[in-house]
Write a protein that binds this ligand. Structure first.
Ligand code: GLU
Length: 470
């Protein structure tokens, strides 16, 4: 059997962290068994589905590398097929038309509540002669569900879960206006898409019983179910915006590398020994549903941030520069010149060990690309008072004549100048940093000198000294 999984989001909002994790688990499971991972957009509720949400879901999945196989299936394209299945069930006696009025249904629900029964519909039209149908009433179509016995779901995560059939209603399959209900649409689509494994949030576990009854009524194979515990916030409550959980696109905009987000999501509820940091290729080799835990995973933004820092540190400078360049250009408000690009790339290795996100990194690299003259921040400006400028001039004199413009030579020259003038190294380095970076925090100042190069370094120093170039 070829494994076929699917992610079936309702496009009523952005792709949130929980949805992305569900998609990831489905993809990993399909990859592990050489199967297929399909995407179905459940857009049958026109009042709540938006095009913006559809786009956000597709973009979010692509950004995370959760590419699906084939074209996405849009549930709204398939309503006729769903209705045709309801008709098949009607023809075969597995479903029937129900003509109850809203008032009758309300009274039944009330009676069921009083009895403490989960069966809210009393089966009035189950065996009644359709010839008795009231005139002018459009009926709904209901499933003729078994009245006794049990329905069992052998869930790959939750274990064996059983419900008594007398707790399950003759559910509505087609509404009075002929449109299929969600429960019917899901089953027909999963069947037609040849889904073998349904991996989704455990808020759908109760649906699995009802869906099982529809599969049975149609004589279709029932897919394997795996209901994964929902994600909770650090306080143990179901994850929400209150916990700082945002749509996937917000993590992209904050500058989290997608590899870090995927690695983080994979560990939310699934584990492979003590492995914490791994690629999605490794995860696809290891992933199995039996290793998904039964208790809810807790969302921990600090852990996501530390993974993000890790991936940034480990990234090669070339690809990292490609990711950072547009961000720096955005901050500058102009595309980068070739010189700026070269400088940025050379400066990254010294900056990346301290960055938590790509946005952080772009911010910290900005000074390499700023055009002269730099506007120093308040603290840096303070270091460039008259005494500071005098020490800056000393430093300039020490390096201006260097033949070899490298961090090592610059350091040796500045150290020698500090010693011979009786200054501490820091007293020369601080105004230098302020002049070269416009700030009081930066990577090692000798590295900055090397990355900027002779002309730019001396130019920035001269700007601070109030001299014209030369
Ligand atoms: N469309 C449902 C949701 O977004 C998922 C249905 C399913 O996975 O069966 O929650």
């Amino acid at each position: 059997m070829t494994v076929v999984t699917r992610f079936a989001p309702s496009p009523t909002g952005f792709l949130h962290i929980g949805g992305a994790r569900t998609a990831l688990f489905n993809q990993l499971y399909a990859q592990r068994y050489g199967g297929q991972f399909l995407l179905r957009i459940e857009d049958t509720d026109p009042a709540r589905s938006t095009d913006a949400a559809k786009r956000a879901i597709l973009d979010g999945l692509r950004w995370l590398g959760l590419e699906w196989d084939g074209a996405p299936v849009y549930q709204s394209d398939r309503l006729e097929r769903h209705a045709a299945v309801a008709q098949e069930l009607l023809d075969a006696g597995g479903a029937y038309r129900c003509y109850c009025s809203p008032d009758e249904l309300a009274a039944m629900r009330e009676a069921a509540r009083r009895r403490g029964s989960g069966r809210l519909y009393d089966g009035t039209w189950r065996d009644r002669n359709p010839a008795e149908a009231p005139e002018g009433v459009a009926p709904v179509v209901r499933l003729r569900a078994p009245l006794d016995g049990e329905t069992v779901v052998d869930d790959a995560v939750q274990g064996r879960v059983t419900v008594r059939n007398d707790q399950l209603d003759d559910m509505v399959l087609l509404r009075a206006d002929g449109t299929p209900t969600y429960m019917l649409s899901v089953v027909v689509d999963d069947h037609d898409m040849d889904i073998t494994h349904i991996v989704r949030g455990d808020d759908h576990l109760t649906n699995a019983f009802r869906q099982t009854l529809i599969y049975r009524a149609m004589g279709w194979d029932i897919p394997a179910f795996a209901h994964i515990p929902l994600i909770h916030g650090p306080d143990g409550a179901k994850l929400s915006k209150r916990h700082g959980a945002l749509g996937v696109e917000a993590y992209r905009d904050m500058g989290f590398p997608p590899e870090a987000v995927c690695n983080y999501l994979a560990r939310l509820g699934w584990s492979h020994g003590d492995d914490e940091i791994f690629s999605m290729a490794q995860a696809a080799d290891w992933f199995d549903l039996k290793d998904v835990g039964r208790s809810p995973a807790r969302f921990d933004p600090a852990k996501l941030t530390s993974l993000s820092a890790h991936y940034i540190r480990e990234m090669a400078d070339g690809p990292l520069a490609d990711m950072i360049e547009p961000l720096v250009a955005g901050l500058l408000g102009a595309p980068l010149s070739q010189t700026q690009r070269t400088r940025l790339r050379a400066g990254l290795s010294g900056l990346k060990p301290r960055a938590k996100t790509l946005a952080d990194l772009a911010e910290s690299a900005l000074f390499y690309c700023r055009p002269r003259p730099l506007a120093p921040d308040a603290k840096a400006a303070k270091l460039l008072d008259d005494a500071g400028k005098a020490r800056l001039a000393l430093g300039r004199a020490a390096i201006a004549g260097l033949d070899d413009w490298s961090a090592g030579h610059a350091e040796a020259a500045i150290r020698a100048a500090a010693e011979s003038s009786g200054e501490k190294l820091g007293s020369l380095a601080q105004p230098l940093r302020a002049a070269l970076t416009g700030s009081t925090v930066s990577p090692g100042i000798f590295e900055v000198l090397e990355v900027l190069g002779r002309a730019e370094s001396l130019g920035r120093i001269d700007d601070s000294l109030g001299r014209t170039a030369g």
